[in-house]
Design a protein around this ligand. Structure first.
Ligand SMILES: [Zn+2]
Length: 138
């Protein structure tokens, strides 16, 4: 019978670093809501640099092709990376009631996120308009 030879407490699971809790993807978390009110127009590519009309192969299809899906994933990563620290900062100070410096830091994170969200949406809308004007939507 095999016997554990690790005698150091650090090698035992009860002393191990806890596993990271990875939340489910937003698409799964809000599946019902996104089904009722999709973020994209079905049959119009969600990649703002493409935005062309296409024939759906599946109801949930957001992109016309793999290249557009990759571009969409890259866009989400880039903007998500830009906002990640502010999101964490906001959450870390969300319930701070006394420390004025932490409250100011939290408010700055909120303001930053609001600005970035607006900039992202404006950027997407401008790219969609440009792509459709150049014939991507036809
Ligand atoms: Zn596309």
């Amino acid at each position: 019978m095999a016997r554990c030879t690790h005698t150091s407490p650090a090698a035992r699971p009860e002393y191990a670093v806890p596993r990271h809790i990875v939340p489910e993807a937003f698409r799964d978390f809000a599946f019902a809501e996104l089904t009722t009110a999709p973020l994209h127009w079905p049959g119009i590519c969600f990649n703002p640099d493409c935005a062309r009309d296409f024939t759906l192969a599946r109801d949930w299809q957001m992109y016309c092709c793999m290249a557009c899906e990759r571009a969409g994933t890259a866009e989400l990563r880039a903007w998500g990376h830009r906002m990640a620290l502010a999101l964490l900062t906001w959450r870390m100070g969300k319930y701070e009631a006394r420390d004025k410096a932490v409250r100011a830091r939290t408010a700055a994170a909120r303001r930053y996120l609001s600005q970035v969200q607006s900039a992202w949406l404006a950027d997407r809308q401008a790219r969609i308009a440009r792509a459709r004007q150049q014939g991507g939507g036809a």
